[in-house]
Ligand binder design. Structure first.
Ligand code: NDP
Length: 485
């Protein structure tokens, strides 16, 4: 079995696809059937060297182009992504197992948004003028140099674009290493950027396991590392980058709270809980997996949730009617099933789901545990699968303290009709991305990123520019300079 739209080789370096079968083979598995759809090869040391040398050599010329010229290429690439949305969505579905119903509206499209947004911004990046009497200072916004992007497997096109677009807009070059689980899509992003006119060496893709990422992170010619991944990997990568005093962006995991007050619109709150737990089969970093529901509405909420979940269409991800697909891999399925067993052993009330589906592929249905308490493992650890924990509360101050009692701080949401309470709660959340009467919206215009163990830095929005550029100040003296001797 092969995907009709897949790339022609494992790596994209210096403007061209390149293969080196000496690298360890990595099988690409279609999660809906367990079949192998492609084999890529990990980058060898020679290819890593070629990519780093090429990206370094290309950077000064790329940075010397005007922002308007750089931006035009990124915006052209955004247009191509949109024109090829169907074939890219098919590839993303084969790579990740996510339903085409999702990939066709959320993946290449959000990647295109990032290329368009940062392409538009490239020409607006400037320094400032600071008058100091008759002297003055001006600042120059300069690129960092060579950036490394390392991706997780849940949104391969989006992650490549969320990292690549701001990096390139600011005049950097990038080497992107996708997750070994979903290696195909980022290659298409590189291909399209070059079709749009990107000079060779500016955006490169190398495959490999963590060790290829580690080789890139520790290379002294790399100036910045942007990782999307788990907290344990984040700790390792951050520590390795610190040895070289490199810039970092860390987009890591979460165990985010979603608080539903008794005055909330229940249908909207159920929608928020579904979007925040079961979209992409629950494999979303910002998911609101600790759902705190006011005691007065808990059973009504669970009833409506159960009814709505029973209409999920679980099946062939390529069928446009399918709204819920498999886990990305057998490994991830095993991890999630293990957490489900822990939830049962801890005596949480299983409301629905709770076992692997009896069919080929890595399917776990939407699973809801109620009567979960704060100390249970399923309420404390990131599961990264379709498992919702419903917890009770009665008092606002109490639920806020419990919501914030976690090492993570990626996202948080609140459903209430009380405006003052909504803003008070949002202000009180220890989280980077908050939602009022909504969940998991991530427009490119809004900053995205975590606090506490969930990360460092922000992606998207104007804030990302701060993480892909640096400011140089130049003091200009207009008169004579006095010295003590
Ligand atoms: P991992 O942390 O396992 O891997 C992330 C990436 O890091 C992979 O490409 C991996 O390569 C690479 N890697 C692993 N070890 C090293 C190392 N020592 N040095 C350099 N690179 C390394 O995460 P998953 O892929 O399993 O993704 C799931 C996690 O990502 C969840 O915790 C989720 O919350 C988080 N995530 C965060 C997001 C955010 O924006 N905050 C968005 C999406 C996911 P390989 O896989 O090839 O070993």
């Amino acid at each position: 079995m092969t995907c009709p739209t897949q790339p022609t080789a494992s790596h994209f370096i210096n403007g061209a696809y390149i293969e080196d079968t000496a690298g360890a083979p990595i099988e690409v598995i279609y999660p809906a059937t367990g079949e192998t759809i492609a084999t890529v090869h990990a980058a060898t040391p020679a290819l890593i060297e070629q990519a780093i040398a090429g990206a370094r050599a290309a950077q000064p010329t790329w940075a010397a182009m005007t922002g308007t010229e750089r931006g035009r290429i990124l915006r052209r690439a955004a247009d191509i992504l949109r024109e090829r949305n169907h074939e890219l969505s098919v590839l993303e579905t084969y790579d990740t197992g996510k339903p085409y119903q999702e990939t066709s509206v959320a993946d290449a499209t959000s990647g295109a948004d990032a290329l368009e947004y940062f392409g538009g911004m490239a020409a607006t990046l400037t320094g400032e003028h600071i008058q100091l009497g008759e002297d003055w200072v001006y600042t120059r916004r300069e690129p960092l140099g060579l950036c490394v992007g390392i991706g997780a497997w849940n949104y391969p096109i989006q992650i490549a674009c969320w990292k690549g677009a701001p990096a390139l807009a600011c005049g950097n070059t990038m080497i992107f290493k996708p997750s070994e689980t979903t290696p195909l899509c980022a290659l298409k992003v590189a291909e399209i950027l070059h079709e749009a006119g990107l000079p060779a060496g500016v955006f490169n893709v190398l495959q490999g396991l963590g060790e290829v990422g580690a080789a890139l992170v520790t290379d002294p010619r790399v100036d910045k590392v942007s990782l999307t991944g788990s907290v344990p990997t984040g700790r390792k990568v951050y520590a390795a980058a610190a040895q070289g005093m490199k810039h970092v962006t860390m987009e890591l995991g979460g165990k985010s709270p979603l608080i539903i007050f008794d005055d909330a619109d229940i249908e909207n709150a159920v929608s928020g809980a579904i979007l925040g737990n079961f979209y992409s089969s629950g494999q979303v970093c910002s998911n609101g997996t600790r759902v705190f529901v006011h005691k007065a509405i808990k059973e009504a909420f669970l009833d409506r949730l159960g009814a709505r979940l029973s209409s999920a269409v679980i099946g062939d991800p390529m069928d446009p009617n399918t709204s819920f697909g498999p886990m990305v891999s057998e490994r991830q399925m095993t991890i999630v099933l293990d957490y489900i067993e822990k939830g049962k052993a801890e005596c949480a009330r299983l409301v629905c789901g709770g076992a692997r589906l009896d069919r080929e592929g890595f399917y776990i249905p939407p699973t809801v545990f109620a009567d979960v308490t704060d100390d249970m493992v399923i309420a404390r650890e990131e599961i990264f699968g379709p498992v919702m924990a419903v917890l009770d509360f009665e008092d606002e101050a109490d639920v806020m303290a419990r919501a914030n009692d976690t090492e993570f701080g990626l996202a948080a949401g609140v459903f209430t009709r009380d405006l003052a309470r909504a803003h008070r709660v949002a202000a009180g959340f220890e989280a980077g991305a908050c939602f009022i009467n909504s969940y998991n919206d991530a427009p490119v215009e809004a900053p995205f990123g975590g606090v506490k163990a969930s990360g460092v830095g922000r992606e998207n929005s104007k804030a990302a520019v701060e993480h892909y550029s640096q400011v140089k100040s130049v003091y200009v003296r207009m008169g004579d300079l006095e010295a003590p001797f």
